[in-house]
Design a protein around this ligand. Structure first.
Ligand SMILES: NC(=O)c1ccc[n+]([C@@H]2O[C@H](COP(=O)([O-])OP(=O)(O)OC[C@H]3O[C@@H](n4cnc5c(N)ncnc54)[C@H](OP(=O)(O)O)[C@@H]3O)[C@@H](O)[C@H]2O)c1
Length: 412
């Protein structure tokens, strides 16, 4: 694993500090001179094969900008049985990760002293792709060079390296993919996949309708594309942008992904919307069978009112932070069903199903049938400062963003 790398003087200074911390003699200028044009080097492994790693951690709940810290630690080369050493290639920053750091998420992580932080802490992040850089023995299910994703929730992915049990990861076929694609194929696409497939009764068939708010979100874009592939028709609600041109641009973008109709929240909440829907869905016996809600408040209520009898509203997020209030008549007279979806519950219950669904999504990406969500890549190399990483996380819950944040790991 040792390798000689070209480093900037600043990076070399950081490296010296790191090596001092790890008890390794500092690299001398003589070494640098011997290497000719090459500047002083940092070895990926420290003394006696220890891997130098960095992780974002938090030891109390709060805003990411206040509680996230970058922690440097070493991973011993004597791996326990059935373990794999992983190097992170890319890891996404999802709204749920931020809610977990804030302490407002439905499940609380376990604070632990495992990576040598002074206080028990948690490594955030749930979605990533890693490269296997070493294995405890050659007979494991994964080998060096393979790409893997976490098998279950709570893995802690915002780190440069991880030591994991082989059973805690799933191998993915890396052919034809870039790391960002592999690192964003689980949370949003699988949520859209399961909601479209598992909640309507009877199940959606070709030609059926669904409606969703937050349609330009990662989940929304995935639902539009899967819907198009499966022959479903969709009504998609987005928030207007700051000019009519930009709003039209967004509508066109979603239409190009396969959206049947795209409306702004204002159009959706207007008196005319009911008639528009009636016209669009004329001839559909059951009306709209499925509504997907990640916004809440009035928007969720309007989705419910738009559904045909027996339709299902699946709530999977609450971006507006407004509660969902429901007119009684929808329950009594239209028998509208209100349900919640939580990906972790589904994926942790059936890891094999998770693997199948992720692989199906990855195949669609490879075949060019499923477009990537817009992303804002945040490069993370050995020199990247804590503040840069923290800032990238902090803005995640803000609206009108250019794309999903993804840490993309360079020289670590
Ligand atoms: N339950 C689950 O298992 C599960 C799984 C995946 C995701 N989710 C949830 O799904 C939601 C979307 O996640 P994502 O990763 O797809 O997010 P994303 O790509 O970051 O998109 C965020 C979406 O929320 C909208 N939004 C932000 N603030 C809003 C507000 N105040 N009112 C209305 N809309 C607002 C954005 O619209 P603008 O562009 O107009 O700001 C955008 O459509 C989140 O709540 C997330 O926690 C849940």
């Amino acid at each position: 694993m040792n390798s000689i790398k070209r480093l900037s003087p600043a990076a070399a200074r950081g490296t010296s500090a790191l090596l001092r911390q790890a008890g390794r003699p500092q690299q001398t200028s003589t070494t640098a001179q011997r290497l000719g044009a090459w500047e002083p080097v940092r070895h990926k492994s420290g003394p006696y094969g220890y891997t130098q790693a960095k992780s974002l951690v938090y030891s109390k709940y709060g805003e990411p900008k206040d509680v996230l810290k970058l922690h440097t630690h070493s991973i011993s080369p004597s791996f326990p049985q059935s373990t794999v050493l992983l190097r992170t290639l890319a890891s996404s920053i999802n709204p749920a990760d931020v809610n977990t750091i804030q302490g407002t998420y439905g499940v609380k992580p376990t604070f632990s002293p495992l990576i040598g932080t002074t206080e028990p802490s948690v490594i955030p992040g749930n979605e990533a792709v890693f490269e296997v850089v070493n294995v405890s023995s050659p007979d494991l299910k994964v080998s060096r060079g393979d790409w893997v994703i976490p098998a279950k929730t709570g893995f802690g992915t915002w780190r440069t390296h991880a030591l994991a049990l082989e059973g805690d990861v799933l191998r993915v076929n890396k052919q034809g993919l870039n790391p960002t694609q592999a690192a964003t194929a689980f949370v949003n696409p699988c949520s859209a996949y399961r909601m479209l497939r598992d909640f309507a009764e009877p199940a959606l068939r070709e030609g059926d309708w669904f409606i969703q708010n937050g349609a330009n979100s990662g989940v929304g874009r995935a639902a539009i594309q899967l819907g198009r592939l499966w022959g479903y028709r969709s009504i998609n609600v987005v928030r207007a942008r700051d000019s009519p041109e930009k709003t039209q641009e967004l509508k066109d973008e979603l239409a190009a992904l396969g959206a049947t109709h795209v409306v702004t929240e204002d159009e959706f909440l207007s008196r005319e919307f009911k008639d528009m829907v009636a016209q669009w869905t004329r001839g559909s016996r059951e009306g709209i069978k499925l509504g997907m809600n990640c916004v809440g408040g009035k928007s969720a209520q309007t989705i419910a009112k738009t559904l045909g009898p027996g339709g299902a509203v699946v709530t999977y997020g609450g971006m507006s932070r407004q509660p969902v209030a429901l007119p009684t008549g929808l329950l009594i007279f239209k028998n509208i069903r209100f349900l919640g979806f939580w990906l972790s519950r589904w994926a942790d219950r059936d890891v094999a199903a998770k693997e199948r669904t992720v692989n199906e999504i990855l195949d669609l990406i490879r075949e060019g049938k499923f477009k990537d969500v817009p992303t804002v890549e945040v490069p993370w190399s050995w020199e990247t400062e804590e503040g840069v990483l923290r800032d990238a996380v902090q803005g995640t819950l803000e609206g009108f963003r250019a794309g999903k944040g993804v840490f993309v790991f360079g020289e670590t």
